[in-house]
Write a protein that binds this ligand. Sequence first.
Ligand SMILES: *Cc1c(COP(=O)(O)O)cnc(C)c1O
Length: 225
Amino acid sequence: MTGIAQNLRTLKDEIKDFSCTIVVVTKTHSIEKLQEAYDLGLRIFGENKVQELVSKFEVLPKDIEWHMIGHLQSNKVKYIAPFVHLIHSVDSLGLLVEINKQAQKNNRTISCLLQVHIAQEETKYGLSFQEVDELIASDTFHRLQNVKIEGLMGMSTNTSDESVIRAEFKSLKTFFDDRRKNQAPVDAWTTLSMGMSGDYFIALQEGSTMIRIGSALFGARNYAQ
Ligand SMILES: *Cc1c(COP(=O)(O)O)cnc(C)c1O
Protein backbone atom coordinates (compact mmCIF):
# COMPACT_ATOMS: atom_id res chain seq x y z
CA MET A 1 0.00 0.00 0.00
CA THR A 2 1.25 3.49 -0.80
CA GLY A 3 1.76 6.20 1.78
CA ILE A 4 -1.44 7.99 0.82
CA ALA A 5 -3.51 4.80 0.97
CA GLN A 6 -2.11 3.93 4.37
CA ASN A 7 -2.65 7.46 5.68
CA LEU A 8 -6.21 7.51 4.36
CA ARG A 9 -6.95 4.25 6.11
CA THR A 10 -5.59 5.57 9.40
CA LEU A 11 -7.56 8.81 9.03
CA LYS A 12 -10.83 7.06 8.20
CA ASP A 13 -10.38 4.74 11.14
CA GLU A 14 -9.80 7.66 13.50
CA ILE A 15 -12.88 9.55 12.37
CA LYS A 16 -15.22 6.59 11.96
CA ASP A 17 -17.54 7.74 14.76
CA PHE A 18 -18.22 11.07 13.07
CA SER A 19 -20.08 11.90 9.93
CA CYS A 20 -18.08 14.46 8.00
CA THR A 21 -16.80 15.32 4.57
CA ILE A 22 -13.06 15.15 3.92
CA VAL A 23 -11.64 17.87 1.70
CA VAL A 24 -8.29 16.61 0.49
CA VAL A 25 -5.95 19.61 0.55
CA THR A 26 -3.78 19.12 -2.51
CA LYS A 27 -1.86 22.42 -2.55
CA THR A 28 1.81 22.12 -3.56
CA HIS A 29 1.41 18.46 -4.51
CA SER A 30 2.08 17.09 -7.97
CA ILE A 31 -0.52 15.92 -10.46
CA GLU A 32 0.79 12.38 -9.96
CA LYS A 33 0.04 12.58 -6.23
CA LEU A 34 -3.44 13.95 -6.93
CA GLN A 35 -4.09 11.19 -9.44
CA GLU A 36 -3.04 8.68 -6.81
CA ALA A 37 -5.56 10.17 -4.37
CA TYR A 38 -8.19 10.12 -7.11
CA ASP A 39 -7.48 6.47 -7.79
CA LEU A 40 -8.14 5.75 -4.12
CA GLY A 41 -11.65 7.13 -4.62
CA LEU A 42 -11.12 10.65 -3.32
CA ARG A 43 -13.11 13.26 -5.25
CA ILE A 44 -13.11 16.44 -3.16
CA PHE A 45 -9.92 18.45 -3.52
CA GLY A 46 -9.08 21.81 -1.96
CA GLU A 47 -6.52 24.37 -3.12
CA ASN A 48 -5.59 27.77 -1.70
CA LYS A 49 -4.28 29.49 -4.84
CA VAL A 50 -6.35 30.29 -7.91
CA GLN A 51 -3.68 29.56 -10.50
CA GLU A 52 -2.83 26.18 -9.03
CA LEU A 53 -6.51 25.32 -8.68
CA VAL A 54 -7.21 26.13 -12.32
CA SER A 55 -4.21 24.31 -13.74
CA LYS A 56 -4.95 21.17 -11.76
CA PHE A 57 -8.64 21.32 -12.69
CA GLU A 58 -7.66 21.45 -16.35
CA VAL A 59 -5.66 18.22 -16.36
CA LEU A 60 -7.48 16.02 -13.87
CA PRO A 61 -10.76 14.07 -14.29
CA LYS A 62 -13.85 16.22 -14.43
CA ASP A 63 -15.76 14.49 -11.65
CA ILE A 64 -13.55 16.07 -8.99
CA GLU A 65 -15.22 18.70 -6.78
CA TRP A 66 -12.81 21.61 -6.44
CA HIS A 67 -12.93 23.69 -3.29
CA MET A 68 -11.22 27.06 -2.89
CA ILE A 69 -9.97 27.20 0.68
CA GLY A 70 -7.51 30.10 0.63
CA HIS A 71 -7.78 33.86 0.55
CA LEU A 72 -9.47 34.90 -2.68
CA GLN A 73 -8.95 38.22 -4.43
CA SER A 74 -11.96 39.64 -6.26
CA ASN A 75 -10.08 40.02 -9.54
CA LYS A 76 -9.36 36.29 -9.63
CA VAL A 77 -12.88 35.01 -9.05
CA LYS A 78 -13.55 34.85 -12.79
CA TYR A 79 -10.98 32.10 -13.30
CA ILE A 80 -12.65 29.64 -10.92
CA ALA A 81 -16.30 30.72 -11.36
CA PRO A 82 -17.06 28.26 -14.19
CA PHE A 83 -16.35 25.17 -12.13
CA VAL A 84 -15.61 25.77 -8.43
CA HIS A 85 -17.82 23.66 -6.18
CA LEU A 86 -17.45 25.47 -2.84
CA ILE A 87 -15.56 28.61 -1.78
CA HIS A 88 -14.65 28.33 1.92
CA SER A 89 -12.98 31.69 2.24
CA VAL A 90 -15.52 34.45 1.68
CA ASP A 91 -14.42 37.26 3.96
CA SER A 92 -16.17 40.34 2.63
CA LEU A 93 -19.43 41.44 1.08
CA GLY A 94 -17.49 42.91 -1.84
CA LEU A 95 -16.02 39.51 -2.63
CA LEU A 96 -19.44 37.91 -2.43
CA VAL A 97 -20.82 40.51 -4.85
CA GLU A 98 -18.07 39.64 -7.33
CA ILE A 99 -18.65 35.89 -6.91
CA ASN A 100 -22.34 36.52 -7.59
CA LYS A 101 -21.52 38.50 -10.72
CA GLN A 102 -19.21 35.82 -12.10
CA ALA A 103 -21.68 33.07 -11.18
CA GLN A 104 -24.36 34.92 -13.13
CA LYS A 105 -22.08 35.17 -16.15
CA ASN A 106 -21.61 31.41 -16.00
CA ASN A 107 -25.29 30.76 -15.48
CA ARG A 108 -24.82 29.04 -12.19
CA THR A 109 -25.11 29.41 -8.44
CA ILE A 110 -21.87 29.22 -6.48
CA SER A 111 -21.91 27.73 -2.99
CA CYS A 112 -19.87 29.60 -0.38
CA LEU A 113 -18.91 29.54 3.27
CA LEU A 114 -18.21 32.68 5.26
CA GLN A 115 -14.77 32.51 6.82
CA VAL A 116 -14.83 33.56 10.45
CA HIS A 117 -11.73 34.73 12.28
CA ILE A 118 -11.60 32.68 15.46
CA ALA A 119 -7.83 32.42 15.99
CA GLN A 120 -5.65 34.71 18.04
CA GLU A 121 -3.20 35.36 15.21
CA GLU A 122 -3.56 38.70 13.47
CA THR A 123 -2.57 37.30 10.11
CA LYS A 124 -5.45 34.95 9.48
CA TYR A 125 -8.23 36.22 7.25
CA GLY A 126 -11.86 36.15 8.19
CA LEU A 127 -14.89 38.04 9.46
CA SER A 128 -15.73 38.67 13.08
CA PHE A 129 -19.04 37.28 14.36
CA GLN A 130 -20.43 40.80 14.21
CA GLU A 131 -19.31 41.23 10.61
CA VAL A 132 -21.05 37.97 9.67
CA ASP A 133 -24.24 39.29 11.21
CA GLU A 134 -23.92 42.59 9.38
CA LEU A 135 -23.24 40.84 6.09
CA ILE A 136 -26.23 38.49 6.27
CA ALA A 137 -28.50 41.32 7.38
CA SER A 138 -27.50 43.66 4.55
CA ASP A 139 -29.77 44.57 1.64
CA THR A 140 -26.92 44.00 -0.80
CA PHE A 141 -26.58 40.42 0.38
CA HIS A 142 -30.28 39.77 0.01
CA ARG A 143 -30.20 40.89 -3.58
CA LEU A 144 -27.56 38.32 -4.57
CA GLN A 145 -29.31 35.59 -6.54
CA ASN A 146 -26.37 33.49 -7.71
CA VAL A 147 -24.56 32.72 -4.50
CA LYS A 148 -25.65 30.36 -1.76
CA ILE A 149 -24.16 30.56 1.71
CA GLU A 150 -23.99 27.02 3.01
CA GLY A 151 -22.28 27.70 6.32
CA LEU A 152 -19.07 28.82 7.97
CA MET A 153 -15.36 28.07 7.93
CA GLY A 154 -12.84 28.74 10.67
CA MET A 155 -9.21 28.06 11.50
CA SER A 156 -7.92 27.70 15.03
CA THR A 157 -4.81 29.27 16.49
CA ASN A 158 -1.61 27.42 15.65
CA THR A 159 -0.81 26.29 19.19
CA SER A 160 -0.11 23.10 21.09
CA ASP A 161 -2.61 24.18 23.73
CA GLU A 162 -5.64 22.01 23.01
CA SER A 163 -7.88 24.00 25.29
CA VAL A 164 -7.39 27.12 23.14
CA ILE A 165 -8.20 25.22 19.95
CA ARG A 166 -11.24 23.57 21.50
CA ALA A 167 -12.60 26.86 22.83
CA GLU A 168 -12.23 28.49 19.41
CA PHE A 169 -14.02 25.67 17.60
CA LYS A 170 -16.70 25.64 20.29
CA SER A 171 -17.34 29.35 19.83
CA LEU A 172 -17.77 28.93 16.09
CA LYS A 173 -20.10 25.97 16.51
CA THR A 174 -22.20 27.90 19.04
CA PHE A 175 -22.49 30.85 16.67
CA PHE A 176 -23.29 28.54 13.74
CA ASP A 177 -26.08 26.78 15.65
CA ASP A 178 -27.47 29.98 17.04
CA ARG A 179 -27.69 31.74 13.68
CA ARG A 180 -29.16 28.65 12.06
CA LYS A 181 -31.94 28.66 14.64
CA ASN A 182 -32.68 32.34 14.67
CA GLN A 183 -32.28 33.77 11.22
CA ALA A 184 -34.42 32.90 8.25
CA PRO A 185 -31.84 33.60 5.52
CA VAL A 186 -29.39 31.14 7.02
CA ASP A 187 -31.83 28.24 7.29
CA ALA A 188 -29.84 26.54 4.61
CA TRP A 189 -26.60 26.49 6.58
CA THR A 190 -25.49 22.86 6.61
CA THR A 191 -21.72 23.04 6.59
CA LEU A 192 -19.24 23.89 9.31
CA SER A 193 -15.75 23.61 7.84
CA MET A 194 -13.23 23.35 10.65
CA GLY A 195 -10.27 21.12 11.36
CA MET A 196 -6.99 20.44 9.53
CA SER A 197 -4.36 17.71 9.98
CA GLY A 198 -3.28 18.94 13.39
CA ASP A 199 -6.68 19.57 14.94
CA TYR A 200 -9.38 17.66 13.07
CA PHE A 201 -10.20 15.36 15.93
CA ILE A 202 -10.91 18.27 18.27
CA ALA A 203 -12.88 19.98 15.49
CA LEU A 204 -15.06 16.90 14.98
CA GLN A 205 -15.69 16.60 18.70
CA GLU A 206 -16.80 20.22 18.60
CA GLY A 207 -19.22 19.72 15.73
CA SER A 208 -17.34 20.11 12.46
CA THR A 209 -19.05 18.68 9.38
CA MET A 210 -16.14 19.18 6.98
CA ILE A 211 -12.43 18.72 7.62
CA ARG A 212 -9.64 19.98 5.35
CA ILE A 213 -6.78 17.52 5.36
CA GLY A 214 -3.41 17.90 3.63
CA SER A 215 -0.29 16.72 5.41
CA ALA A 216 -1.99 13.87 7.30
CA LEU A 217 -2.59 12.29 3.88
CA PHE A 218 0.31 13.47 1.73
CA GLY A 219 3.01 14.06 4.33
CA ALA A 220 4.71 17.41 4.83
CA ARG A 221 4.52 19.98 2.06
CA ASN A 222 7.69 21.13 0.36
CA TYR A 223 7.12 24.75 -0.60
CA ALA A 224 10.47 24.99 -2.34
CA GLN A 225 9.39 22.66 -5.14
C1 LIG B 1 -3.20 24.08 3.89
C2 LIG B 1 -4.57 24.24 4.45
C3 LIG B 1 -5.21 23.17 5.10
C4 LIG B 1 -4.59 21.80 5.32
O1 LIG B 1 -3.50 21.85 6.15
P1 LIG B 1 -2.84 20.50 6.75
O2 LIG B 1 -2.33 20.93 8.06
O3 LIG B 1 -1.79 20.10 5.80
O4 LIG B 1 -3.92 19.49 6.85
C5 LIG B 1 -6.51 23.38 5.55
N1 LIG B 1 -7.13 24.56 5.39
C6 LIG B 1 -6.55 25.60 4.78
C7 LIG B 1 -7.31 26.86 4.63
C8 LIG B 1 -5.25 25.47 4.29
O5 LIG B 1 -4.68 26.51 3.67
